[in-house]
Design a binder for this molecule. Structure first.
Ligand code: URP
Ligand code: ZN
Length: 450
């Protein structure tokens, strides 16, 4: 007896797209094929795509930026994620202002018993000296990855090259993936001075203060260091033509992973010229069509490994500052990630089958593989967690009042979106049925690699 059978959907399996039934029992996928056995529930999936649940490798729930905090919590964010077909998010613990051990344990307290989908952590390390190798090895069991910042000196988060090298050695010793926010602080300081002297108020200055070269230089430097140490390296939110091209070249002889985000694939820096341009201030900033086209080319080439949302929900009143340099960085997006990317694929004339295969790779399978969750997650196969996103090709409204992130604005509201999540299943529980929440308790799990 199955708990749920998904009937007759187009499932994206490792061997290809197949029209099939999927039987779920006890939170796992139990069978794939033509199923006749009884089931407590049957969900007709005719004409729907069944994808492995999306995994968001990059969210910032209730996250500090100087004096500000993002305006959500894990209950709200995981519910919104599920509305968007995401069944697992990877958020952060931040060592700064506390100890690394405290950072992880207090984040776990914020998460456990509060979440609707599964949540894992990356640990952002701002002081690699705090623990010795054995201390880091012990702590690393609780997190899926480490993160290092090459910028944000004013937030006390930046690692200089020496400390970055030290973090790379920790990554090697603990066998934990090192993920990097790559921007050159000193070049940013230089360009910021010019941009502020031109016009300190207009947010277009943010794009001028962070031109693509500051990302490309930092990526090249970090790759060179990672090669000396002999570790794989993962770049967060790659936004530029120069950055992604450098990664493509390096991938020929060292393991390098590239994450980009829906905003860098779809939005233009011209938004900073609008009266409400401050809303889109983020790091790295929005770019132009040359950068977007390069990211799309490298998505099809396989250079881009993952797409994360970099969800970071600041409200408009938090973004009102006299100078663009003071604006908290980040935009909400945990709910809209797949739809926005699917919609842009459609705009670019990509056939549906190619689009669903690509979504499966960069939003699920490759995230699971890179962060050590595969094949428990990231794939539709017998014995995997029954995490599934069931998707249809139909229009969807991305206005803030139609979304569930708790944000009063939506960065993608003006995107004429297409591609709707019809049902979402998390560990065998039907959380979204026909686009509606099924009113369940927060019973997601905190996950580690073991
Ligand atoms: O602009 C971005 N990427 N915001 C995320 C939060 C942070 O601290 O970088
Ligand atoms: Zn981020």
């Amino acid at each position: 007896m199955y708990d749920i059978v998904l009937k007759n959907g187009w499932a994206v399996l490792p061997e290809g797209i197949v029209q099939t039934d999927i039987g779920i029992h006890d939170g796992r996928i139990q069978a794939i094929g033509h199923l006749e056995e009884p089931s407590n529930k049957i969900v007709d999936c005719t004409e729907l795509w069944i994808l492995p649940g999306f995994i968001d490798p990059h969210t910032h729930v209730h996250w500090p930026f100087l004096q500000a905090f993002t305006q959500d919590n894990f209950t709200q964010a995981t519910k919104a994620a599920i509305y968007g077909g995401t069944t697992c998010i990877i958020d952060f613990a931040l060592q700064k202002d506390t100890s690394a051990r405290n950072a992880v344990s207090s984040r776990r307290e914020e998460i456990e018993n509060q979440i609707h989908c599964d949540v894992g952590l990356s640990l952002a390390i701002t002081d690699p000296n705090e623990l010795d190798f054995s201390g880091w090895a012990d702590l690393s069991q609780q997190v899926l990855a480490f993160k290092g910042y090459m910028i944000y000196r004013n937030r006390g988060m930046m690692l200089d090259d020496g400390r970055l090298l030290q973090l790379m050695q920790i990554s090697k010793h603990t066998n934990r993936l090192l993920t990097i926010h790559a921007e050159n602080q000193s070049l940013h300081d230089h360009f910021l001075g010019f941009a502020q002297s031109e016009d300190p108020a207009s947010p277009i200055g943010w794009a001028k203060a962070k031109p693509p070269m500051i990302e490309e230089e930092a990526i090249r430097r970090a790759m060179w260091l990672a090669k000396q140490v002999g570790i794989p390296i993962y770049f967060r939110h790659v936004s530029s033509h120069g950055g992604i091209t450098a990664i493509r070249e390096a991938q020929k002889d060292q393991p390098v992973y590239a994450e980009t985000c829906p905003q860098y694939l779809t939005l233009d820096q011209g938004l900073y010229n609008r009266e409400d341009g401050a809303l889109w201030v983020m790091s790295p900033p929005l770019r132009n069509s040359n950068d977007r086209d390069a990211l799309w080319d490298e998505l099809w080439n396989g250079t881009v490994t993952t797409i994360g949302s970099d969800h970071c929900l600041f409200e408009p009143e938090q973004k009102r500052w006299p100078s663009f340099a003071q604006i908290p960085n980040g935009i909400p997006g945990v709910e809209t990630r797949a739809t926005v990317v699917w919609n842009e694929m459609r705009n670019r004339g990509i056939p549906h089958e190619q689009a669903v295969k690509c979504l499966t790779s960069v939003m699920s399978t490759q995230v699971a593989q890179t962060f050590g969750l595969y094949p428990r997650k990231g794939v539709i196969t017998v014995d995997a967690d029954a995490d599934l996103a069931i998707f249809e090709a139909s229009p969807v409204n991305l206005s803030p009042n139609k979304l569930h992130m708790g944000s009063s604005w939506s960065p993608f509201a003006e995107v004429g979106a297409f591609g709707r999540i019809r049902h979402t299943i998390v560990r065998g529980q039907l959380k979204i049925l026909d686009g509606e929440w099924t009113d369940q308790e927060p019973n997601g799990k905190f996950i580690t690699q073991n």
